[in-house]
Design a protein around this ligand. Structure first.
Ligand code: ZN
Length: 242
């Protein structure tokens, strides 16, 4: 066949030619339909439901600031109105926290200086908690625990926090929340509330320790940026990154 013939020839295959490919196409469609959505459910169930277009704004992962970034030292201002922008921020922060395998994240850590924190201390990672303008009403007891922080990747240390707290805040939909917390949740809330004040868990450690941590993080950042080698130490399996 000449080139001219090739161009002019009717090369469209007869319909039955496609048939062997149909099972393959169906398999692809089925695989896509079982894709899990971060908003819950699968693509198949998503498409079978009716949606308000405003509800399907995709969530966005945000950049987490790392120590010693000076923006981590800013004091956050109160949220004056819980509007769509605040709800979107809370959702994006949750998405970012889950992606980073953290149990808590403060708005300060994503360079938004508003009093908003998100948490999920459940093992199943399906109990998100949004606290807007959180206030501590009570703190009791004192106990040591190991802490990490998404702004200090790979760094864990022991420090003492109140073991029981009572917190008041607004939820994602501006509903008033007053709750008692203990254990990991109490630690996590105190840690995130410190972020809103521009405070980091390493501030509780000695100056010498802080300098060592700073040098280690800077070295690891250099290695990451030049692509030479992996992080020197694996994250601790027991301590939460907050
Ligand atoms: Zn933190």
């Amino acid at each position: 066949m000449s080139l001219a013939d090739w161009y002019t020839a009717d090369l469209s295959p007869r319909p039955e030619t496609y048939r062997p490919f149909l099972p393959f196409a169906n398999a692809v469609r089925a695989a896509n339909a079982s894709v899990k959505l971060s908003s819950g459910g699968t693509l198949a169930t998503f498409f079978s439901q009716k949606h308000d277009i405003a509800l399907i704004t995709p969530m966005t992962k945000l950049v987490i600031l790392e120590y010693p970034d000076p923006r981590l030292r800013k004091k956050a201002a109160a949220v004056t109105a819980v509007d769509d922008a605040v709800r979107q921020l809370a959702d994006n922060m949750l998405e970012t926290m889950y992606a980073a395998k953290g149990v808590g994240l403060a708005a300060t850590q994503v360079d938004v200086h508003k009093r908003l924190i998100v948490l999920d201390v459940s093992d199943s990672r399906d109990q998100p908690l949004v606290l807007i303008n959180p206030e501590l009403l009570m703190r009791e007891g004192s106990g040591p625990g190991e802490e990490g922080c998404l702004s200090l990747p790979g760094i864990y240390d022991k420090l003492s926090r109140a073991t029981h707290i009572r917190v008041r805040a607004l939820g994602r939909n501006a509903e008033p929340i007053e709750m008692d917390a203990e254990g990991l949740l109490a630690v996590c809330i105190q840690h995130e509330m410190d972020h809103l004040e521009g405070k980091l868990f390493v501030d509780y450690l000695s100056e010498l320790k802080r300098q060592l941590i700073r040098r280690r993080l800077e070295k690891e950042r250099r290695q990451r940026s030049t692509g030479s080698g992996l992080r020197a130490t694996a994250p601790s399996a027991s301590a939460p990154a907050l």
